[in-house]
Design a protein around this ligand. Structure first.
Ligand SMILES: *Cc1c(COP(=O)(O)O)cnc(C)c1O
Length: 379
C-alpha cells in the first residue's frame, strides 16, 4: 500500500482538438451551409479558446457564445472570427461589443434600445420565442420589435443580421413541437420582412436538428454538443461520424486489500461480499463528479470495467477491483471514447440521471485540462 500525494496530473481532462476539428468538418459537410460552432460555457468544458480555434480549423463559419465575457476572452486571444453573443446581463457593455464586431442576440425592445444607444453599427440577431418559453420575444411583442429594428436599420444605426430561435426538445427531434417551432420561426421572418427587414439569416438548428432534421437547417446551423463529439440523442456518436473530444481520467491514490463485509464510503451504502481490493480515486463532487453517480457510474482500470463502490465524496470515490492487481498510480478512465473501450459521458449521465452536457460542462475543480493535437494513437 503506497500513498501518492495529490499533485497536478492526478486527475486530467485530455482534450483531443483533432476530434473537434474533424467533428465540425463532418457537420459542415452534412449541412452544406454556414455553421456556427457553439463554444459557450468554456467550450462545454473543453476550453473556450482552444475549442474555438479547433472548430474554426474544421470550417466553422462563426462562433456562438452566451456572455460578452466569453466574447471578450476570444477577441483577447486573437480569435477574429464572426461571433454571436446572446445572454446579456443588464448593463452589458454593448459599446465594446459593437467595437469588437461581436453580433448581439436580442430578445426584447429594451435590449434593442440599449444596443442602439451604445453606438452605431451593431449587427443584431432578433430572437423569437417559438415555443421554448425561455428567452426570446413573444409573438405578441414581435411586431413592435421588428418595426423598431427596421426603423433603426433604415437610419443606418444598426443592421439585422439574423432572426433566430431555439428548440424545446434538443434530444427528441421527432417531437411535434419541433415542426411547430420551425413554422413559427418562418412566420416571424415574414413579419420582419413585412416591416421592411431583409437580408437576415434564419437559424434554429441545434446539434439534434443539425444531425437529424434538414427542414430545420434554414440558413445557418448552431450545433454545440455534437462539435465535442457527443450525440444529443444519447446514442453512439460514431453513427454520425463524430468522436468525443474529452477523456477524463485520474490516478489511483491508494489500493488496499479488505475482508468480506467491509462497508465502503459515507453511509456504508456498499459492502464487499468477498475478500477484495479497494482502489481510492482522488476526485469527487467538488471536481464535478456527480454524487448521484454513487454506486453506479463506470470506470476502466487496466482495460477492465468497474463501477463506483459506495458514495461519491467531495474529493474521492472508491472502486472495488476484486482480485485485480490494481496499485497506486494506475490510471482510472472515467469517460472518453467507446471506440477505445472507455466508458462514455453518456454512461455517466445515465448513472447520474442527467445528460452528458452536464457531465462535460461541469467537470473541473482539481482536474487539470490538457489539450492535444491528436489523441487517436492512444492504446
Ligand atoms: C447551447 C445552445 C446551442 C447548442 O445546443 P446543442 O444542443 O449543444 O447543439 C444552440 N443555440 C443556443 C441558443 C444555445 O443556447
Amino acid at each position: 500500500m503506497t500513498d501518492i500525494p495529490l499533485s497536478p496530473g492526478m486527475a486530467v481532462l485530455d482534450v483531443d482538438l483533432s476530434a473537434i476539428t474533424d467533428n465540425v468538418r463532418t457537420l459542415r459537410a452534412r449541412v452544406d451551409r454556414p455553421l456556427m460552432a457553439v463554444v459557450k460555457a468554456d467550450g462545454y468544458g473543453h476550453g473556450l479558446v482552444e475549442a474555438a480555434r479547433a472548430a474554426l480549423a474544421g470550417g466553422a463559419d462563426s462562433l456562438g457564445v452566451t456572455t460578452l465575457g466569453e466574447a471578450r476572452a476570444l477577441r483577447e486571444a486573437g480569435v477574429d472570427a464572426p461571433l454571436l453573443s446572446w445572454l446579456h446581463a443588464p448593463g452589458a457593455d454593448f459599446g465594446w461589443a459593437i467595437g469588437a464586431g461581436v453580433a448581439l442576440g436580442l430578445s426584447s425592445l429594451e435590449a434593442l434600445e440599449a444596443v442602439a444607444a451604445a453606438g452605431a453599427g451593431a449587427a443584431v440577431h432578433l430572437k423569437i420565442d417559438t415555443g421554448l418559453g425561455r428567452a426570446g420575444c413573444t409573438a405578441d411583442d414581435w411586431p413592435a420589435l421588428v418595426e423598431r429594428a427596421a426603423g433603426l436599420a433604415a437610419d443606418g444605426r444598426l443592421s439585422v443580421a439574423g432572426i433566430w430561435s431555439h428548440f424545446a426538445f434538443a434530444d427528441a427531434p421527432g417531437h411535434p413541437t419541433v415542426r411547430r417551432q420551425v413554422v413559427n420561426l418562418r412566420a416571424a421572418a415574414d413579419v420582419a420582412r413585412a416591416a421592411g427587414l431583409d437580408g437576415f439569416a434564419l437559424h434554429i438548428a441545434n446539434s439534434a436538428a443539425t444531425l437529424t432534421d434538414p427542414d430545420a437547417w434554414c440558413d445557418v446551423v448552431r450545433p454545440g454538443v455534437a462539435v465535442y463529439g457527443l450525440d444529443p440523442m444519447g446514442g453512439d456518436p460514431a453513427a454520425y461520424g463524430l468522436r468525443p473530444a474529452m477523456r477524463a481520467s485520474a490516478r489511483v491514490l491508494m489500493a488496499k486489500d479488505v475482508p468480506a463485509g467491509t462497508g465502503v464510503s459515507y453511509g456504508l451504502t456498499y459492502t464487499t461480499n468477498a475478500p477484495t481490493r479497494l482502489a481510492v480515486v482522488p476526485v469527487g463532487y467538488a471536481d464535478g463528479i456527480p454524487r448521484a453517480a454513487s454506486n453506479k457510474a463506470p470506470v476502466a482500470i487496466g482495460g477492465r470495467r468497474y463501477r463506483i463502490a459506495g458514495r461519491v465524496c467531495m474529493d474521492q470515490f472508491v472502486v472495488d477491483v476484486g482480485d485485480a492487481p490494481v496499485a497506486a498510480g494506475d490510471e482510472v478512465v472515467l469517460w472518453g471514447d467507446a471506440a477505445y473501450g472507455e466508458p462514455t459521458a453518456q454512461e455517466w449521465a445515465d448513472a447520474a440521471d442527467t445528460i452528458h452536457y452536464e457531465i462535460v460542462a461541469r467537470v473541473g475543480g482539481r482536474f487539470v485540462r490538457r489539450h492535444h493535437d491528436d489523441l487517436r494513437g492512444r492504446a
